[in-house]
Write a protein that binds this ligand. Structure first.
Ligand code: 8YV
Length: 306
């Protein structure tokens, strides 16, 4: 029996080939023609489908997302219609944690600005590059202590940092100091690394007050979602020197990035590449296909969002 799949984002080529060998796959440009026969959707955390499209897919049985975050998918709505949604937890933990630590070091040590200094020929002309700040032996505050937060903690600890965290409740099995108050954590931290899901409750949780508590020698690292930081307050604090620096992989209005940040040596900018390695994106694609296969073979889903 042929099973029709509507695809909002491509999978890695090797997995895409497998998908197309097992299913009849349609691009979202064919929505009008295939709406009544589609039984599965392949998407990611930013690409929907929105409720009005779900409503049009009368035979839809499952939505499989190639992302751990699902802020762009109406999961509750889908579930209310009996449609489970899967994501890709675990397989990207290391990559996102690596990037968080890289951004912490790159921002503290001014590695992008000093690279520019060499490439633009300034070293022989101007001499020694100005001193930077140490990234080890400090206090690293982590906002969010889920799977990726714990990997960030392990790496930060290995650099002889004190690790502390904020989450709604202390996390079982985690020995780092838990701060019930995020402002207090920011106040005590040299680095604040943000790895909390974007939900209605966490919008702009990194507020002006949190940013200012981190202060003129503090560094904010965001590898979560732009929406969890008050971006206007962040830009304002960076411009006025009330925040020491920022390492940012995510932004409020991607791919738009506030241009005022482009010229700042204390800011490192990345185009949302937390999970963007061949190895991890392949594993994410495979997990999407494995979830689809499980569903249509009548087996339990591997990573359903509960
Ligand atoms: C990518 C991500 O943006 O997993 C997530 O939540 O943000 C990323 O891995 C993307 O979803 C990859 O397709």
């Amino acid at each position: 029996m042929t099973i029709d799949i509507l695809q909002f984002v491509p999978l890695r080529p090797e997995v895409q080939r497998e998908l197309e060998a097992r299913y009849r796959v349609h691009g979202k440009d064919r929505l009008d023609e295939v709406a009544s026969i589609v039984r599965g959707v392949v998407t990611n955390g930013h690409s929907g489908p929105p409720p009005h499209i779900i409503d049009r897919l009368a035979k839809l049985e499952v939505i499989c997302s190639a992302s751990v975050g699902y802020d762009g998918i109406p999961v509750e709505y889908a579930r209310s219609k009996g449609i489970p949604v899967t994501n890709t937890p675990e397989v990207l933990n290391d990559d996102v944690a690596d990037l968080a630590i890289a951004l912490m070091i790159m921002t503290a040590r001014r590695l992008v600005a000093s690279d520019r200094y060499v490439r633009s020929g300034q070293w022989p002309v101007k001499g020694e590059y100005p001193l930077a700040s140490r990234a080890s032996g400090k206090t690293v505050g982590i906002l969010g202590m889920g799977r990726i937060g714990r990997e960030i903690g392990r790496r930060a600890e290995a650099m002889n940092n004190r690790v502390a965290y904020h989450s709604r409740r202390p996390v079982a099995g985690v020995s780092y100091d838990h701060y019930p108050d995020l402002v207090a954590l920011a106040n005590d931290s040299d680095f604040l690394i943000v790895i909390i899901p974007s939900t209605p409750e966490t919008q702009k949780i990194v507020s002006k007050e949190v940013i200012e508590a981190l202060g003129p020698s503090g560094i904010l690292v965001n590898v979560a979602r732009g929406a969890v930081v008050d971006e206007d307050a962040l830009v304002d604090a960076l411009v006025s020197g009330r925040l020491g620096g920022a390492g940012l992989d995510v932004f409020a209005n991607e791919p738009q990035v506030p241009e005022v940040l482009f010229g700042m040596d204390n800011v490192v900018l990345q185009p949302h590449v937390g999970s963007a390695t061949h190895e991890t994106r392949r594993a994410m694609s495979q997990l999407v296909l494995d979830n689809l296969d499980a569903h249509f073979a009548g087996r339990p889903l591997l990573t359903e969002i509960k």
